[in-house]
Structure formats: C-alpha cells, structure tokens
Design a protein around this ligand. Sequence first.
Ligand code: T46
Length: 130
Amino acid sequence: MNNKPYLIEFPKIGESQLGYISVSEKNNLPFIPKRIYWTYFTPEDVVRGNHAHYELEQILVAVAGKIEVDIVLQNEDSFHFVLDSPNFGLFIPKMAWRTMKYSHNSVQMCIASMEYDENDYIRNYDQFKR
Ligand code: T46
C-alpha cells in the first residue's frame, strides 16, 4: 500500500452549528512525523513541486481552500487528487514526482517523515525516470 499515493480520512469531530476539529494521531498515520511545514498565498498561476524525494514520505492536507496534486510514479502510473476537505490527507510515497496547484486562499499543511535535506530531492525529471 505504501508505494502508492492514497487519501487518509481523519476523524471530523463536531457539528455544523459548532464547527469541527480533526485529529491526527500516530495510530492513523503511516509514519512518525519529524517535520511539519505549511505553504500559503500561492498565486493561482504558479505550479509548485516538480520534484521527487528519494526517502521522504509526506501527507498533504488542504487545511483551507483547494489543492490539485498530480503524481507520477517511476513505473509511469499517474494520479490526480483534489484536496478540498480539511479532514482528508494525501499520503505521497517516496520516489513520486509531484506537482501542485493552489487556490489563492489555500493553506497546505505538509506532515513529513524526515527533517529537511536538500540531498533527498530529485529535481530533474529525466534523472527521476532513470
Ligand atoms: C514537497 C512539497 C509538497 C526549507 O528551508 N525547509 C523546508 O522544510 C522546506 C519544505 C523548504 N525549505 C525551503 C527550500 C526552498 O528554498 O523553502 C523553499 C521552497 O521549497 P520548495 O521549492 O521545495 O517548495 P515546494 O512547495 O515546491 O515543495 C515543498 C517541499 O519542499 C517538498 O518536499 O514535497 O512542498
């Protein structure tokens, strides 16, 4: 399961009159997080990503707005996900080429399995395919 991207549904606690809370605990995550970062105010004509990771695994959550994520694996399987519910996360496995487009109001939270390491990035698509 963990070599393909997939959606994780997190608990959504609450009701419409009160609002909601979603919780991520270690027993509903595929790895123990080492880092969390978030991106926001991305202009709508910008495509982010365009890279893969040798070892990093991630979960992307659109805590606000909408994010469109395209993923290609080394065997050329491709996936398209639309994240627009704060109680869903997208698991991205290692060795997955990704691009992301954002609605201007979107806030993307990334839960990451490793600390930041520029040497873990593959930024050239031909190199990724090899
Ligand atoms: C990914 C997608 C979903 C840091 O200094 N520390 C960090 O932890 C991160 C994530 C980034 N940076 C610096 C490196 C660059 O100078 O922030 C700048 C922007 O990073 P990048 O161009 O890689 O941003 P994205 O949005 O294309 O990719 C990021 C993550 O880097 C990447 O792992 O999968 O979000």
